[in-house]
Design a protein around this ligand. Structure first.
Ligand SMILES: [Zn+2]
Length: 152
């Protein structure tokens, strides 16, 4: 799986890529040096800044054209030839980009709403920020949206 760094304009795209399980560092207000550092670590830079093309020599740069995050996702998936997108879906924390661990239902009982505890079987917890995830209507909707976005 490719690793990415997304610059300030691409927060929503970063989130969509995380849904797919991609490792995406999102630098909201980063200075150029910080972005360059990530680029040199081997991350592909996702940016809307055309001038960033001049950094190609330092690493892989992908300039996103569209304004709409969903179309941007399509651009990235097609442009970089990302495959097997189903394999790692929902395996990463959408808010902090760390990976999720499977946890038992009892372990999260106190932390999730009673209704969720009663109706869900599978839970995952972010190993960094502690956020808890479960499949549910949100995930179903996201899968549908992804299918729409990435059809053909
Ligand atoms: Zn997290």
């Amino acid at each position: 799986m490719q690793r990415f760094v997304a610059d300030r304009m691409l927060g929503k795209l970063a989130k969509w890529l995380r849904v797919l399980g991609c490792d995406v560092v999102y630098l909201k207000g980063a200075a150029e040096e910080e972005i360059l550092e990530k680029l040199q670590e081997g991350r592909t830079l996702l940016t809307r800044n055309r001038r960033a093309r001049s950094w190609q020599g330092k690493g892989r740069v992908f300039v996103v054209k569209d304004n709409d995050p969903k179309i941007q996702l399509r651009e990235v998936v097609k442009g970089l030839g990302l495959r097997d997108l189903d394999r790692a879906i929902f395996s990463r924390c959408l808010s902090c980009n760390h990976s999720l661990d499977k946890v038992g239902r009892e372990e999260v009982r106190q932390e999730v709403p009673e209704y969720i505890y009663q109706t869900q079987k599978e839970f995952h917890r972010c190993n960094n920020c502690g956020r808890i995830y479960w499949p549910g209507s949100h995930a179903v909707r996201m899968r549908q949206q992804l299918r729409e976005i990435l059809k053909d």
